[in-house]
Design a protein around this ligand. Structure first.
Ligand SMILES: CC(C)(COP(=O)(O)OP(=O)(O)OC[C@H]1O[C@@H](n2cnc3c(N)ncnc32)[C@H](O)[C@@H]1OP(=O)(O)O)[C@@H](O)C(=O)NCCC(=O)NCCS
Length: 178
């Protein structure tokens, strides 16, 4: 599986994030609507941070991907700390590409990666009012553990839902702060 198919018939290639994608990744973030950026701000997009994130992807510390329409990044998604027991999942889709069935395909890709890594479970957090994302997470098999106080890429403290997807029986990540 190296491409996703949108409901409108467009095929999007995807691949691992590399250091040379830095400026395109910054453009992806810059072009998000305020609402999307409020929902998906996993880290700062400073040159320094983006270089670190890309290097972590290249060394396989993280599984970070971009989906492309031509040269343009239209989705960014990842399992952080891929080689640990509890990788953290994140995904964001460019506004014009939302509502086309891409989110569930990205989730399937990341769940498959988690399974291959041998981890205990994948964790994620999502804004309390992000009903679309929450619905997808529950549909693909994530379970909600309750609320946590999350710190986003801008340093803001935000209450969010804490969800996890177990690969092994009797696995329950400890809520970080609830
Ligand atoms: C949230 C996000 C990942 C969802 O991906 P998407 O490709 O836009 O998802 P879609 O709108 O195509 O919907 C996928 C499914 O969710 C369902 N859905 C849509 N809106 C919903 C809602 N408000 N409540 C419940 N389910 C909803 C759809 O019906 C669809 O189901 P189907 O495939 O069975 O028809 C994407 O919109 C996004 O990146 N948003 C901004 C950033 C963000 O919120 N990131 C997640 C941070 S945790």
């Amino acid at each position: 599986m190296t491409q996703f198919n949108l409901k409108n018939g467009t095929a999007l290639a995807y691949r691992r994030l590399q250091t040379e994608d830095a400026s395109q990744l910054q453009a992806f973030n810059r072009d998000l609507s305020k609402r999307s950026r409020d929902l998906f701000s996993p880290h700062s997009y400073s040159d320094e941070t983006v270089a670190k994130i890309a290097a972590r992807s290249q060394s396989d510390e993280d599984r970070a991907y971009i989906a492309l329409d031509g040269e343009k990044i239209v989705a960014y998604f990842f399992l952080w700390w891929y080689q640990t027991s509890y990788p953290i999942l994140g995904l964001g889709i460019a506004d014009e590409y939302q509502g086309q069935g891409l989110g569930p395909q990205i989730m399937a890709r990341l769940i498959e990666d988690g399974k291959q890594s041998g981890c205990d479970a994948i964790e994620l957090t999502t804004a309390l009012d992000n009903k679309r994302a929450f619905g997808i997470y529950e549909k693909v098999g994530f379970k909600c553990l309750g609320q946590v106080d999350n710190i986003d890429g801008d340093g803001r403290h935000i209450p969010e839902w804490h969800l996890f997807y177990p690969f092994k029986p009797n696995v329950t990540p400890t809520p970080k702060n609830s």
